[in-house]
Design a protein around this ligand. Structure first.
Ligand code: PEP
Length: 244
């Protein structure tokens, strides 16, 4: 469903005491303008805390990863159903850090998206090219390949997912795609979604989004909001982005 959505990705940051302060600041500072949604995706151990702090508020919460498997002898893994028990609405799948540092393939990402949906979660499926791929002129091919793997697995169920275009070269680097660069890839993603009758999927931009660049990015016709890493750890900055 389109409509503006901003999601914080805390990555492997947090601590009980600082989370309490951040949740409280977000809760008190978020008066959602019509049609705008806000969510935070926190590390697994803090899902209970997010649930306790944000229940009854206008802020949703979620996880940053799940196993593609439902249950079994997979030491250290966490299933979608487990995450759902903590009231999560979202789970990020296919973040570039998972693809590169944890060797997640397109097929694994697609299977994770399907596992999320089977548990009633909304997967936020990340796609995006590396700097090398952009410089080689293969941005479109890479994004299309990543997206097609998920489309092949989900089919029309993609309509209930969220997508995030995150150029890898812009994540955590301070480099941001220009609005024109972001719009060009978002338009490609939208065209592919339209071809399966799912043009109404929210497509977020992620990669060094800050309060001072959010407005220009979010004004692009095919950008429906943002997936925000570092800047989601500071309530004032994150709220400024969400209001942008
Ligand atoms: C992210 O982790 O998804 C992200 C976009 O990070 P950052 O905003 O810090 O670039």
């Amino acid at each position: 469903m389109r409509g503006k959505l901003v999601v914080g990705n805390w990555k492997m940051h947090g601590g009980l005491r600082q989370n309490d302060a951040l949740f409280a600041d977000l809760r008190s500072g978020w008066n959602p303008p019509e049609g705008r949604r806000l969510a935070v995706c926190v590390p697994f151990p803090y899902l209970w805390q997010a649930q306790a702090a944000l229940s009854g508020s206008a802020i949703a919460w979620g996880a940053q990863n799940i196993s593609e498997r439902a249950t079994g002898a997979f030491t250290g893994e966490v299933s979608a159903a487990m995450v759902a028990e903590f009231g999560c609405r979202y789970v990020i799948v296919g973040h570039s850090e998972r693809r590169t540092l944890f060797a997640e393939t397109d097929a694994v990402v697609a299977a994770k998206a399907a596992a999320a949906m089977a548990a009633g979660l909304t997967p936020i499926v990340c796609v995006g090219e590396t700097l090398q791929e952009r410089e080689a002129g293969s941005t479109e091919a890479v994004v299309a390949r990543q997206l097609d793997a998920v489309l092949a697995e989900l089919g029309i169920r993609i309509a209930d997912a969220v997508l995030a275009y995150e150029p890898v070269w812009a994540i955590g680097t301070g480099l941001t795609a220009s609005p024109a660069q972001a719009q060009a890839v978002h338009a490609l993603v939208r065209r592919r979604l339209r071809s399966v009758d799912a043009a109404d999927v929210a497509v977020l931009y992620g990669g060094s989004v800050k309060a001072d660049n959010a407005q220009a990015l979010f004004a692009c016709p095919d950008v429906d909001g943002g997936l925000v890493g570092g800047a989601s750890l500071k309530a004032a900055e994150f709220l400024a982005i969400a209001h942008a």
